[in-house]
Design a protein around this ligand. Structure first.
Ligand code: MOS
Length: 700
């Protein structure tokens, strides 16, 4: 018998699924707006310098072109905390691809033709886009992204490393990576009677409204931002991007609705990217495998527009008991586009390096890599000394090993061949922090017996509508179909953004509380409800983000089997299996989709995804999906995602941790470790493309 859809964790189907597959879900470019114009930005063609002249005459002569905004005449913006949004404010070109003009026209085609007809002259300067560990401009920042201290040190790690019996001293490189959501960044803006209405593709419309209020010096009450359906984000839509600022400027200028739908090839330069990271890992261990010293030092880049430091050394502060440690970040400002958040910022590249080094250490010790991790399980969070609210990494590793048949593995590398193929298996651990931010929700019981839950949550393709309705139905003890839910608009009670795997925990909390209060009100009364029904509200401000005395993280274990073709150098993933410990799982179907989606992204990171900063031109060479290779269906095997149930009272009323990002975290390391097991060669630079594999196999 199928489980009732209101049972906790039931695999309820997405509420908006039918709308999406029938094409009736509306995205930011698709809202009907009579008289709406289209705009196309003009990207800078030099990597550093100044615009000296912009000739718009030819563009303005084209049929359909309405106006061209340039730094000379675009609306002035107030200062904001995010300098990447200060578009068309001055003549400076901080990186190639920075927008220097915007053509507004009656149609998309006319806007595109107009943009091609704008002539821009530059005073170009020498640029430098090449990241090295020893770059003279490198410095230690105050903080890494997320507010983490840039450097942490425990004990005397250098001395402890020098005197360790077994040592691994290795370097890894992760290239720049791009988020590339299915729906490129898009905004439609409309001014009417002094009010601004915006439809945008965002992970948090509340953040967009706050930033627009700041930039355009408006009361938030005069701005409405809708983000009803969002075609993915992966961090790149966590904060507003230039499309929203440009659309509002153009609507202000023309008095008409304007859509800015960024062409995909513009995304890499203006919506953020995962910055490249250069890692040095030093692990020292005693003969029993216990770490005596752990040093993880990261060098990354940022732009001259804004400092953003990929926090890649932070997961090493959580993972293993080491008597002494150093985790440190250096950053080099270059003439590159500004990096930003990308799925599991910090953890994804950091755990690739740490978990690859752990595999190298296991080999040095002659120890099983699962056992090595178990031997280094800490009593408390290594860096802070706080107790874990719950930590079931060992259970994930053991359960994964059982399901994967890990014990049947011959630990010796290059012992399994099938014709020209070398086969191998690998394992890696994963972690991601628990984050929660203040949010509000309302719940209303209506006279017809239905319930309406309202909260400005974002559904970026995760199924948040569905799981929030489940939380409500669960508390109200009513069938799921009787709960209606509204998300994705600043007209609704204010809520935090969909980022940091925090959404369901942050939003579910006030939904849970509002429904608990409503259930109590309903229980106390008899007779029919008044016309408006009965309503309650809940606000978790100041509570959700309170400093917990506990270290709160999700954990996981990834297992991979790969086949490496010794003739072509091609690596194929044949099996991929993850086991997670992430609190209580609230919807088995959508949770599995999050885990598997993260693993597919990790598979891409391992094998195909990577961007090249072109030293001569100063921008990314791979700016479309023909050159930036995300995994296609044929690349992805049947992926298994499992979880161990956790009962953690230190989280929120649902007992949930975040699940949106942990799937990507250990996947690339597990695949890389499997490639070593298959071939006997260590590959320390991602992605594992055929040229690198063949070079490694032939030693040339
Ligand atoms: Mo996610 S990179 O925290 O939006």
């Amino acid at each position: 018998m199928p489980e009732p859809a209101t049972a906790p964790g039931a695999p309820a189907e997405r509420r908006e699924g039918r709308l999406k597959v029938t094409g009736s879900a509306r995205y930011a470019a698709e809202h009907p707006s009579p008289g709406r114009l289209q705009a196309w930005p003009v990207p800078a063609a030099v990597a550093r310098g100044r615009v000296t002249r912009i000739d718009t005459a030819a563009a303005l002569d084209l049929p359909g072109v309405v106006t061209v905004l340039t730094p000379d005449d675009a609306p002035r913006l107030a200062e904001s905390d995010d300098a990447t949004l200060a578009v068309l404010q001055d003549a400076r070109v901080p990186h190639r691809g920075w927008f220097v003009a915007l053509v507004v026209a009656e149609s998309l085609e006319a806007a595109r033709d107009g943009a091609a007809a704008v002539h821009v002259a530059y005073a170009a300067e020498e640029h430098d886009v090449t990241l090295t560990e020893t770059h003279p401009a490198g410095y230690v920042p105050e903080q890494a992204n997320g507010g983490y201290p840039a450097v942490r040190e425990q004990g005397d790690p250098e001395a402890a490393f020098a005197s360790s019996e077994t040592r691994v001293d290795v370097r890894y490189r992760v290239p720049p990576l791009h988020n590339h959501p299915m729906e490129p960044h898009t905004t439609t803006a409309h001014w009417e009677d002094g009010r601004l209405t915006v439809h945008t593709s965002s992970q948090g419309s509340g953040v967009v409204r706050a930033v627009l209020a700041q930039l355009f010096e408006l009361d938030e009450e005069r701005i409405t931002v809708h983000a009803e359906h969002v075609g993915g984000g992966f961090g790149s839509k966590g904060t507003p991007r230039p499309d929203v600022v440009l659309a509002v400027m153009a609507a202000l200028r023309t008095g008409r609705p304007v859509t800015v739908a960024l062409p995909r090839r513009f995304l890499p330069a203006v919506v953020g990217h995962r910055a490249p990271t250069l890692h040095r890992l030093r692990l020292g261990a005693a003969p029993d495998g216990r770490l005596t010293s752990l040093l993880h030092e990261v060098t990354t880049h940022t732009s001259h527009v804004k400092e953003f430091v990929e926090q890649a050394a932070t997961p090493a502060r959580v993972m293993y008991a080491a008597a002494s440690s150093r985790t440190a970040h250096r950053v080099v400002p270059l003439d590159v586009p500004t990096p930003s958040w990308m799925r599991a910022p910090g953890e994804a590249p950091g755990m690739y390096a740490l978990e690859s080094a752990m595999d190298e250490l296991a080999a040095e010790l002659g120890m099983d890599p699962v056992d090595l991790r178990v031997a280094n399980e800490p009593e408390t969070e290594p860096d802070s000394g706080k107790p874990f609210s719950s930590r079931h990494l060992v259970e994930c590793l053991r359960e994964g090993a059982r399901r994967f048949d890990w014990d049947r593995r011959d630990p010796r590398p290059r012992t399994w061949a099938e014709g020209d193929l070398l086969i191998g298996t690998g394992v890696a651990a994963a972690t991601y922090p628990v984050m929660m931010w203040p949010s509000k929700a309302s719940a209303r019981a209506l006279p017809d017996g239905t319930f309406l839950v309202r909260i400005n949550a974002a559904d970026i393709g995760t199924g948040s509508r569905t799981v929030l309705a489940q939380i409500a139905a669960d508390v109200l003890e009513v069938p799921l179909e009787r709960v209606r839910i509204e998300v994705g608009s600043t007209e609704l009670p204010a809520a935090s953004l969909a980022g940091g795997s925090s959404g369901t925990a942050s939003w579910g909390w006030p939904v849970h509380e509002a429904c608990t209060r409503l259930a109590a009100l309903l229980g106390d009364r008899s007779g029919p409800l008044p016309g408006q029904g009965l309503a309650t509200e809940a606000d978790t401000a100041g509570r959700a983000d309170a400093d917990s005395p506990y270290a709160r993280h999700a954990f996981g274990a990834h297992f991979a089997e790969v086949a490496v073709d010794t003739v072509t150098g091609e690596t194929r993933v044949r099996r991929l299996l993850g086991v997670y410990a992430a609190g209580r799982i609230l919807n088995a179907r959508t949770a599995r989709s999050q885990f598997v989606g993260g693993m597919v992204m990790g598979l891409g990171m391992a094998l195909t995804e990577g961007s090249t900063v072109d030293a001569a031109f100063g921008d990314f060479t791979e700016s479309d999906l023909a050159s930036y290779h995300v995994p296609a269906h044929a690349d992805v095997p049947d992926i298994e995602a499992h979880w161990v149930d956790e009962d953690d009272p230190h989280l929120n009323p649902m007992g949930s941790k975040g699940i949106g990002e942990i799937g990507i975290v250990g996947t690339a390391a597990a695949i890389g470790n499997a490639a070593h097991h298959a071939t006997g060669v260590r590959f320390r630079e991602l992605p594992l493309t055929p040229d690198r594999i063949l070079t490694g196999l032939t030693g040339r």
